[in-house]
Design a binder for this molecule. Structure first.
Ligand code: ATM
Length: 237
């Protein structure tokens, strides 16, 4: 894993964030970490959960010590926040939404992620900071920089070693979601324009950090998506 703007690397090479004492203090918890953090991103309906389960099985079969977590969630507080943010009955201001996701993330990082990485575990994480940048920063219009700033506080600068972006046309994602036959949650009730902004932001984030991102065609079969994803992490695990 990476802390701050440093280099990625197999086994989790870690670099302190540049900046003043506050950055250094925030990074202390993660400085000793040895594990590898792989995040999975994409629109709803892109197949993240299927891929995450496939990667977990494939890496476990290879003898890799691997754990799968999701966001928001993974620990009790964050799972409760997940229920809140998805509830279609609730009114949630975009800033409150961004802060709720960041709060859930902060607890997951402190309670599970850093301890697992410290123990040398490979962590597969279904969504991380990029989801907030795309959904709240671009989708809700809060701005990528503002959302990145609150997430720097939430994570202490922890970044993924590799991010698999399951790229899907937003209309295909909506069709897959509708095909599930479940009532849409609060986020899924967003407009087509909302999801178009999110998809465009994901593309920009990936283009801006090609060392960390690998873009996977999510319109392919689940088997092909898994094969491409395994190839995309083979230098890390
Ligand atoms: P899933 O884990 O089932 O994808 O649901 C999480 C929802 O929360 C998802 N909604 N849709 N569509 C994406 C959204 N989300 C954010 O808006 N920001 C975040 O930071 C995260 C982690 C998720």
């Amino acid at each position: 894993m990476i802390v701050g703007g440093g280099q990625s690397g197999h086994g989790g090479s870690v670099t302190r964030a540049a900046g003043g004492p506050a950055s250094v203090m925030l990074c202390d918890a993660a400085v000793m970490a040895r594990g590898t953090l792989i995040t999975i991103e994409g629109l709803d309906g892109a197949g993240k959960s299927t891929l995450a389960a496939g990667l977990l099985d494939a890496l476990t079969a290879r003898g890799v010590g691997v754990r799968l977590l999701r966001e928001p969630g993974g620990v009790v507080l964050s799972e409760r926040i997940r229920t809140l943010v998805k509830d279609p009955e609730l009114t949630v201001d975009p800033r409150a939404e961004a802060l709720l996701y960041a709060a859930a993330r902060a607890q997951l990082v402190a309670e599970r992620l850093v301890p697992l990485l410290d123990a040398g575990t490979c962590v597969l994480l279904d969504r991380f900071v990029d989801s907030s940048l795309a959904y709240q920063g671009a989708g809700r219009g809060l701005g990528i920089d503002a959302v990145a700033a609150i997430n720097a506080l939430a994570t202490g600068g922890l970044q993924a070693d590799r991010t698999l972006l399951l790229r899907l046309d937003p209309s295909v994602g909506r069709a897959r979601q509708a095909g599930r036959g479940q009532a849409p949650d609060r986020l899924e009730q967003g407009s087509a324009a909302f999801f178009d902004r999110i998809a465009a932001a994901y593309d920009q984030l990936a283009a801006g950090d090609p060392r960390r991102f690998r873009v996977i065609d999510a319109s392919a079969t689940p088997e092909a998506v898994l094969t491409a994803s395994l190839a995309a992490v083979q230098d890390l695990v």
